[in-house]
Every structure is written in C-alpha cells, then in structure tokens.
Design a protein around this ligand. Structure first.
Ligand code: SAH
Length: 348
C-alpha cells in the first residue's frame, strides 16, 4: 500500500514485497535490492536506513530521500509479577500514545496490538473509547508494535490479537495491509491461524473480510443476547442490530470455514443470569462457534463489576445447554492489562 507521510515520503514499511520492488526499480536500482531491504525491515526489524549494512551509502541516501521508516518510542513498560505479561506504552511520531501487551501461552508469545488512537465505538465498559477517537494507525504502526516489542522483550512473537485500542474494522484497509505483510513469507511469516481480529460488529466489513478468506480467527464482541441489552452497552448495535450481526457471522463461517469466537464480557446484573444463558443459546443454536466469557474488567470511569466465580457459573449454565464456552485466562491482572487503561492514565 503506497502512502505518503507529511513530508511526501513513502511509508516503506507499508509496502508489500512487489510494491517495494516497483519503487526500487523506479529509483533505477536492481530488483534484488528490494529483497534485501524488505528483509532488513521485516526480519531484522531495523529502524533506520543506516543499519542496512549491505546497501551502499549512495543507495541508502537515495532511500532516505524517498522513504520514511515509522518508529515508535517506548514510554513506559509494566511487567506482571504473576505471569510473563508485559504491557508497553508507545509514543508515535506525532506524539500520540498507544498500548501493546505481550502475553505468554503454551504455544508461544502472542501480542495484543492497537489499531487506532482512541476509538469511536463508545462501548460503555471500555477505557479505549472514553476520550474519543484521534486517528487510524497506519499498517506500519501496527507492524512496528510487533517488531519493537519483539526487540525490547527478546521474545519471539508468533501470534497476534487485534484487541488493543481501536476498532480494527473501522480501519479496514490498514488492517488488511498489516495482515498481508505480517504473514508474507519474506517477512515475519506469521501464520494467520495465529491471528485474531476482534470487532464490535461493523456488519458490512464482516462481509468484506469474509470475501478475502484470510484464514484469521474472527472474534465478535457480542456481550449481550438481545437488542435492548446490547444497545445499552454498545452503541454500534443501534446501527447494525444483533440479528444482522449473527447473519453476517453465519455468512462469514460459510465463506471461510473458520469458526467464529464470540466474546462475552460478563457484567453483574446485566447479562449474567440463567435467562441470559438461555437467550444466548437460542441466538446461537446450531451455529459452530466458540464463546469466550470474560469477567468485565473494572475501569475507574464506570461502575461495572463481575468476577471469575460469576464467569464459571455462567459457563456452567451454557454447558448445561450443550454450548462450548471457556472463561478467558486473566493475564497481567496486576498491571491492568485491559486495553486503553494505561493510555488513559498517561493522557490525563
Ligand atoms: N474494538 C474491538 C477490539 C478492541 S476491544 C472490539 O470491540 O472487539 C477487545 C475486547 O475487549 C472486546 O471484546 C471488548 O469488548 C473487550 N473489552 C473492552 N473493555 C473491556 C472491559 N473493561 N472488560 C472486559 N472486556 C473489555
């Protein structure tokens, strides 16, 4: 994807191998140079042209004139004492802040990345949306979170979840470009089976994403079982209601063959009763999917509560109805690893 920065330079990290090749040929250079440069950027994760030691000084200076490399600066790091979760607060080149969280699972390290600065979606329980939306991240800024975090932590990252600050499907083109680059064999070669994209339910984009058949896991932030209860906590439901959303999910599964994961943030007294479980059963009956129960994470601006006991109780209700549900592991609880909380503290 060819995009220019404020100085008219091309964002080189956002270019796919073929696009970089075209640009290198336009500079009058040989094609193989593009492969070398791509590898410096996406395998060795350098953040300046001067580190590309097998490229001549003359070509490096030409590259400096035509391209920019987006950088991130580590502002703060919080390391969990209870598990290997590390949360990074990064500053972008325009002074905005975003968060990334590195988590350890049995199969390796997964990173939770941000896709926007802030968020427009207005979900009541979410810290990322409170101060509103500032801008979309470029695909290079999404990639950079992975490259920087891998470098700073010294831990190989083999999976990613787009569940940090922002709504990925509200930044569709940059997110798709990010997915294409992170999975390309000349770069990090991350399997898209290890990548989850989470959405609050922008229905037309779900259909669009299905057509691309990327092999990612689609996570839907459902959190409620009927329109009244969902609209109370998620304004997006007034635009695309729960029935339209489930219809789009069924189409997604039909087109891609990939099982959908439904996120269900449990809130005391709002969506955690046996009646809610029954309604969830009715809503998803016969649909091959997975339900992930998350006790809502308390944020200081709102009065929502839940706990793991309630989550296990709700899981039991669902199991009794024959539904497949897990309670999400709590990682980094001591460092408030839920999205948007660190940035909120920092910006105020
Ligand atoms: N905008 C996307 C992705 C970012 S949020 C989406 O809505 O899916 C990632 C997940 O965390 C979503 O399921 C979101 O609903 C959930 N979430 C946000 N704040 C939360 C909180 N305080 N407690 C529990 N889950 C929360």
């Amino acid at each position: 994807m060819v995009i220019f920065d404020e100085n008219g330079k091309i964002d080189i990290l956002a270019l796919l191998p073929g696009e970089l090749e075209e640009q290198i040929l336009l500079l009058g250079e040989k094609k193989f140079r593009a492969g070398q440069i791509f590898s410096w950027l996406h395998v060795k994760h350098v953040d300046s042209f001067s580190e590309m030691t097998d490229i001549s000084a003359q070509l490096r200076s030409k590259l400096e004139d035509s391209f920019c490399i987006k950088s991130l600066f580590e502002v703060k790091r919080l390391e969990s004492c209870t598990d290997n979760t590390v949360k990074y607060l990064y500053e972008l080149s325009d002074g905005n802040h975003i968060e990334s969280v590195l988590m350890e699972y049995e199969h390796g390290n997964t990173i939770c990345v941000s896709t926007q600065v802030g968020c427009k979606m207005g979900c009541r329980f979410c810290a990322s949306t409170i101060a509103g939306y500032k801008r979309d991240l470029t695909s290079s800024e999404i990639l950079r979170q992975i490259y920087m975090t891998q470098k700073l932590s010294g831990r190989k990252i083999n999976g990613a979840v787009l569940m940090g600050i922002g709504e990925p499907l509200d930044n569709f083109d940059n997110v798709v470009n990010f997915l294409n680059i992170i999975s390309c064999s000349q770069g990090m070669n991350m399997s898209l089976r290890h990548v989850s994209v989470s959405t609050c339910g922008i229905v037309p984009r779900i259909y669009e994403l299905a057509k691309l058949k990327l092999g990612i896991t689609l996570s839907i932030s459902l959190h409620s079982t009927n329109n009244k209860s969902r609209s109370e906590i998620m304004p997006i439901n007034d635009k695309y209601d729960i029935n339209e959303l489930i219809k789009a999910c069924k189409e997604y599964f039909k087109t891609t063959g990939r099982r959908i994961s439904f996120e269900y943030a449990l809130i005391d007294g709002h969506n955690d009763s046996r009646k809610d479980a029954l309604e969830l059963y009715e809503l998803l009956k016969g649909f091959v999917c997975h339900i992930n129960i998350i006790p809502v994470n308390k944020i200081k601006e709102r009065d929502y509560h839940s706990d793991r006991k309630a989550a296990y109780r709700f899981q039991k209700y669902l199991e009794e109805l024959g539904m497949n549900a897990t309670v999400r592991r709590t990682l980094g609880a001591d460092i408030d690893a839920a999205c948007g909380q660190l940035r909120r503290e920092y910006e105020i």
